[in-house]
Design a protein around this ligand. Structure first.
Ligand SMILES: Cc1ncc(COP(=O)(O)O)c(C=O)c1O
Length: 411
């Protein structure tokens, strides 16, 4: 049993003064598990490890919701941030680093001819939608996946506090369901500004040339194709899923892993779609914040020099192979999903309530043995960090074997 006394006390207080207790919803301890069995606060990180405020150490498979791809507190990135900090973090004019970073991104990302740097994923996906509407003069959006908290997207899930008319401007389609996408394009013929989709995610890859078909359809109908690469950028490949799967969108949004945890996101794309933004009111005081830009430049260099992407696949493949072996050994059916550079698996239990209960029990027992893992839909995901050692993977598989053995007794 973990000692989580400080965590519980602080979070109980936070609930009184911060709506929901935290500022990132997915980091709320009650969304991850519960206060009795899961830490509410992390105090520090190093490589693939984090320590909570009660001093418990964990191997972190949540990776701050994906931004940490190289490892916490990386010495080279720290030095680069400190060097910049000593010069200043924000000025009255931009720092020259933003031109250097833009050049690097244009060099690395297939669709990038121009770059606009901002802070968060929601900000750049909103900006990219504006660019598509500006270019086409049309309003309708076809969307697959989560694209951030802003009104244009959250209207789709019926969030309150958003003008009702926004809901009429967005339709959802299922990833990999080309027939549905084609039908929606027909239904809204002549009104669609863009198709925005997440080109892959944990354990989910495009199937049956879905991305190629979406590209062709967008070209035929004069629709802007946008890839939301907030998860896939700098993880699936340096240039994201568009590089990995060989399909180039018109515009794209990148964020999360591009600065190993520092807050930065970019919209990028073809010059003809990006250049008109120079007169459009998409702007922010902190867009030119120099620490994150410096961190991103260093992160991209490290990803390249140290083959970080290859390591993320290697670690994910080892974990997947190990989980498949455990499934056989324990005679416990587990669906280990597509070979992406983050692991996702699901217990194959027909009874929905039982499956949910065992999944939460799994997360609880993992935390008690020093592994932070997260529920993802009806399964569990492990977002690997390149700093994980071979011993960490071995320990992880030992724990999973033990925990899954325990769960079997509860079936
Ligand atoms: C695919 C995708 N797009 C956009 C976002 C929003 O990014 P942010 O939370 O930085 O605003 C997220 C966040 O999880 C995401 O996963």
């Amino acid at each position: 049993m973990l000692n989580l006394e400080k965590s519980k006390k602080l979070f109980t207080h936070a609930l009184e003064i911060i709506p929901g207790g935290t500022n990132t919803n997915a980091k709320r301890v009650y969304n991850l598990l519960d206060m009795e069995n899961f830490p509410a606060y992390i105090e520090r990180g190093d490589g693939a490890y984090v320590w909570d405020i009660d001093g418990n150490k964990y191997i972190d498979y949540i990776a701050a919701l994906a931004p940490i791809n190289i490892g916490y507190s990386h010495p080279r990135i720290n030095v680069r941030i400190i060097e910049q900090l000593e010069k200043g973090s924000l000025f009255s004019l931009p720092s020259p680093n933003e031109v250097q970073l833009s050049e690097m991104l244009i060099d690395k990302i297939p669709c990038a001819e121009m770059v606009k740097i901002m802070k968060t994923g929601a900000e750049v996906t909103s900006a990219v939608i504006r660019a598509a509407r500006l270019a086409t003069g049309k309003e309708m959006i076809l969307s697959s996946g989560y694209h951030g908290w802003h009104d244009w997207w959250t209207a789709k899930i019926g969030e309150q506090g958003i003008p009702a008319c926004y809901k009429n401007l967005i339709e959802d389609f299922e990833f990999n369901n080309y027939l549905q996408l084609e039908r929606l394009v027909d239904n809204h013929a002549g009104k669609i500004a863009c198709i925005i989709l997440t080109p892959a995610s944990y354990g989910v890859e495009p199937k049956d040339n879905f991305l190629q078909k979406a590209r062709k359809l967008a070209d035929q109908k004069g629709i802007v194709l946008i890839f939301d690469e907030i998860i896939t950028g700098f993880r699936w490949a340096m240039g994201g899923a568009q590089e990995k799967y060989g399909v180039v969108p018109d515009l794209a949004a990148f964020g999360k892993s591009m600065a190993n945890g520092m807050p930065i996101a970019v919209l990028i794309g073809k010059k003809e779609l990006m250049a008109p933004l120079k007169t459009n009111m998409i702007t922010s005081t902190f867009a030119s914040e120099a620490l994150s830009i410096a961190a991103s430049i260093e992160t991209i260099k490290i990803i390249e020099e140290e083959n970080i992407i290859q390591r993320l696949y290697y670690l994910s493949d080892r974990l997947r192979a190990g989980i498949k072996e455990i499934s056989q050994r324990q005679n416990f059916e587990i669906d280990v999903m597509d070979p992406t550079p983050a692991v996702k698996f699901e217990f194959l239990i027909n009874d929905v309530e039982k499956k949910k209960k065992l999944t939460l029990e799994f997360i609880k027992q993992c935390a008690a043995k020093g592994l932070l893992v997260r529920q993802d839909g009806t399964g569990v995901s492990l977002c690997v960090i390149a700093a994980l050692s071979g011993d960490d993977v071995d320990y992880t598989l030992e724990v999973l074997n033990k925990v899954i053995g325990n769960l079997k007794n509860e079936l």
